[in-house]
Design a binder for this molecule. Structure first.
Ligand code: XMP
Length: 178
């Protein structure tokens, strides 16, 4: 796996330190009462596991399968909800977590759906945000790191299903992307 990585962009220790801060911010900002964390699969599962364990609050965790990349390097432009059932969010403060904010379509589509389903408030958190013009006007309330507009893998992010288990975020070698 390592041989396919051009360079490490954010190493493990830096990610973990940043999560300490993000968790404190979330803990301070959220009003008293339960939180429902909605984790977008599969990319956000590593980030969410590390972040949510740092938040000493009553919270429930739901996962949603959405797809916009279909395994490649380019967004398909369409967000599909793949689950048969949508979690019950009526009247809840929701913390929506995704791995990376790119075109913004995923976060915008899921936040809209959560609002339609009756969530009281939708707060968004992403590990990474690409510094680029978005197709949808959306920014996350909590961002771990801003990165350039390049394709990254690791710490939950994949290319064709691989590299999710790397403990850091790295840039894939062009030779590995085919
Ligand atoms: P949008 O464009 O909807 O993208 O903001 C969000 C989803 O696209 C995937 N994505 C990536 N996956 N490396 C990846 O492994 C990347 O650089 C990348 N950029 C976008 C990701 O699934 C995210 O949830």
């Amino acid at each position: 796996m390592k041989k396919d990585i051009e360079r490490i962009l954010i190493d493990e220790a830096v990610i973990q330190k940043r999560l300490d801060t993000m968790a404190k911010e979330i803990e301070t900002d959220f009003p008293a009462g339960p939180i429902i964390a909605i984790v977008l699969l599969k990319g956000a599962f590593v980030f969410a596991a590390d972040l949510l364990r740092r938040i000493p609050r009553e919270l429930s965790i739901e996962c949603l399968n959405v797809s916009s990349y279909h395994g490649g390097m380019e967004s398909s432009g369409k967000v599909d909800f793949l689950d048969r059932h949508f979690p019950e969010v009526k009247g809840a403060h929701v913390l929506l977590l995704d791995d990376i904010l790119d075109t913004g379509r995923t976060l915008a589509a899921v936040a809209k759906r959560l609002e339609e389903e009756g969530a009281l408030a939708v707060h968004t958190g992403v590990l990474l945000a690409k510094d680029k013009k978005r197709a949808e006007e959306v920014e996350a309330d909590y961002t771990g790191f801003e990165i350039g507009d390049e394709f990254v893998v690791g710490y939950g992010l994949d290319y064709k299903g691989k590299y999710r288990n790397l403990p850091y975020v790295g840039v894939l070698k062009l030779s590995a992307a085919n």
